[in-house]
Design a protein around this ligand. Sequence first.
Ligand SMILES: NC(=O)c1ccc[n+]([C@@H]2O[C@H](COP(=O)([O-])OP(=O)(O)OC[C@H]3O[C@@H](n4cnc5c(N)ncnc54)[C@H](OP(=O)(O)O)[C@@H]3O)[C@@H](O)[C@H]2O)c1
Length: 247
Amino acid sequence: MKIGLLGTGNMGRILARKLPAAGHEVKVANSRGPDSISGDVLEKGARATTVEDALANVDVVILAMPSTGFEKIRPLIAALPDDTVLIETSNYLPQRDGHNPALEAGQVESEWVQEFFGRPVTKAWNSIGSDSFERKGQPRGTPGRIALPVAADRARDRDIAISLVEDTGFDGYDAGVIADSWRQQPAAPVYCTDLTREEMGRALALAEKDRLPIRRSLAFDVIMERIGTGNMPDADFLVRVGRTLYM
Ligand SMILES: NC(=O)c1ccc[n+]([C@@H]2O[C@H](COP(=O)([O-])OP(=O)(O)OC[C@H]3O[C@@H](n4cnc5c(N)ncnc54)[C@H](OP(=O)(O)O)[C@@H]3O)[C@@H](O)[C@H]2O)c1
């Protein structure tokens, strides 16, 4: 597929390597321009370009950026053809993104994104930490392969995103419509806990919406306390925190 990818940070740089490796034609952009994109991001065949060009003539657009960057790209996203699949990976972290009154009042994060852009979005890849995403992908059919929930209101968009998730090394799990996608938001049982397809259905069902903000905040404090010691945790620290606090 032809894919436009915005973001070359923790998540974007991994997508920019995995998707071309699976045979997709990927144009990638960040906020600072193509010259700022390092060679390792482009190593598998992604092409560095401007934001405008990344969004032109593609089947799929992936936003691997925090919502704080959405205002700048709003008119470009509004101009996308209706059948372009718009996938967003974002999570609301108030300590990073600032206070969003609608989300604080309990609006589902991707519903807010849909309203913001005035068009359907698909939620994928938001529920895995970048370290697991980089290291733990496996071929289809591998026992114990990690599954990632994918939510969208349009079945075609969801199917395409599921197949792209598969191409990045993870089972794509149909998590239904955007109204239910709070079940994969930060601090839900499936968030950064590296579950398998067999574990996914029950974990989505066990999510409790009212508990997400307090658990997200507890996790933030635990992670910052550890990082603050200067003693950087090992790569699976986030998974251990998630399994302790979210499940
Ligand atoms: N980190 C994780 O483990 C993880 C896992 C799952 C989901 N997520 C979510 O995914 C999103 C991205 O996270 P991240 O950790 O990858 O972020 P990040 O490392 O901070 O990278 C953000 C990227 O977005 C780009 N960007 C920002 N505004 C832009 C704009 N207007 N146009 C084009 N590019 C723009 C930045 O460009 P510059 O490079 O030029 O600054 C940067 O490359 C967040 O919402 C996060 O919560 C993160």
